[in-house]
Design a protein around this ligand. Structure first.
Ligand SMILES: Cc1ncc(C[n+]2csc(CCOP(=O)(O)OP(=O)(O)O)c2C)c(N)n1
Ligand code: SF4
Ligand SMILES: [Mg+2]
Length: 314
């Protein structure tokens, strides 16, 4: 029998040297994630780490698990697809506040309500770091260091916790990059919790938000004896939260979403279903009528779709 090697946190890091600025909080998120993976003791090939675009979204390149560096704002959609296609994998999505709450805001809401069993590491530095320091959805309205918003944005920032709760998230924890051991514990808890879990990480951008170095003094552990377990309870408890409370803040019990498997269908079945029979002889004009049976293009649609199309174009 082959011995399964015990993997250390270092084994979960790749050989690629991160190009984050010295002092960036994202280094500690990488350390915490590697620690969490080692603690979970799952093989590297059973973990998929999916990201969008941003400094924080570089994370997959620096790990040795399967990685997918996707499109800006699309990490959660990609991750959900991976999980639904391969439920056996541990699926983790990662990215920044701009990626997840601005361009990816729609996916964020629907990931919360859909509750696919995956974990999202949201690295929040209240700025678009990669594109050189513009305001993000979590930036305070009076932050006026960007040339694009010299008088501040004047817009209320998004509170990721309240937004996620309102959208029906099943687990929410907040950690601080300056405390990687605690962060690793939160990541493990999120991965072990069934359904969609968010680990909101306060991860300072020392280059464009140097004042975030003071977050070390601002963070404080939740003083609640246990995480809230009901959405209404959590919304009440955190309505006036200062955004620096760390720990597991909410742990719900919604069953994870998992559609029935389609594994019994073969590729040939799908090809047969989507063959379109076109009565017209001209390949260049649009389809004006569909019928069942093999057509010129050799495609057959389900009867319901054919009826729908023909009624709509009659
Ligand atoms: C569709 C698209 N729009 C805009 C961009 C430019 N862009 C790249 S990263 C980024 C913001 C990154 O901010 P955030 O997600 O907070 O990550 P950070 O760099 O702060 O870690 C933007 C706007 C892009 N790459 N693709
Ligand atoms: S710009 Fe900010 S977020 Fe990006 S690597 Fe540098 S410190 Fe980190
Ligand atoms: Mg950011």
């Amino acid at each position: 029998m082959l011995d399964t090697p015990v993997l250390t946190a270092q084994d979960f890091k790749s050989d690629i040297k991160p190009i984050w600025c010295p002092g960036c909080g994202d280094y500690s998120v990488l350390t915490a994630l590697a620690k969490a993976c080692a603690e979970l003791a799952r093989p590297r090939e059973s973990i998929a780490l999916i990201s969008g675009i941003g400094c924080s979204s570089r994370l997959p390149a620096y790990t040795s698990v399967y990685g997918f560096h996707g499109l800006h704002g699309r990490a959660l959609a990609l991750a959900a697809g991976v999980k639904l296609a391969r439920p056996d994998l541990t699926v983790i999505a990662a990215g920044g506040d701009g990626d997840g709450l601005s361009i990816g805001g729609n996916h964020f809401l629907h990931a919360c309500r859909r509750n696919v069993d995956m974990t999202y590491i949201l690295m929040d530095n209240q700025v678009y770091g990669m594109t050189k320091g513009q305001a993000s959805p979590t930036t305070a309205p009076d932050w006026c260091e960007s040339k694009l918003t010299p008088e501040g944005t004047g817009i209320s920032p998004v509170a990721p916790l309240l937004l996620a709760l309102a959208a029906g998230v099943n687990f929410f924890a907040r950690g601080f990059a300056g405390n990687p051991n605690d962060l690793a514990r939160l990541i493990v808890a999120g991965i072990n919790h069934p359904g969609f879990s968010i680990i909101h990480v306060l991860s300072p951008c020392v280059t464009f938000r140097a004042e975030q170095r003071a977050w070390k003094q601002a963070v404080h552990a939740s003083d609640a004896a246990a995480p809230a377990t009901l959405q209404t309870e959590a919304l009440t408890r955190f309505a006036a939260d200062d955004g620096f409370t760390t720990g597991i803040l909410f742990a719900g019990s919604k069953p994870p979403f998992m559609p029935p498997r389609h594994a019994v269908r073969t590729a040939a079945d799908f090809e047969r279903d989507y063959e379109i029979a076109c009565k017209s002889d001209s390949p260049s004009i649009g389809v004006s009528h569909l019928s069942a049976g093999p057509g010129r293009r050799g495609v057959t649609l389900p009867k319901s779709a054919i009826d729908l199309f023909n009624n709509a174009t009659a």
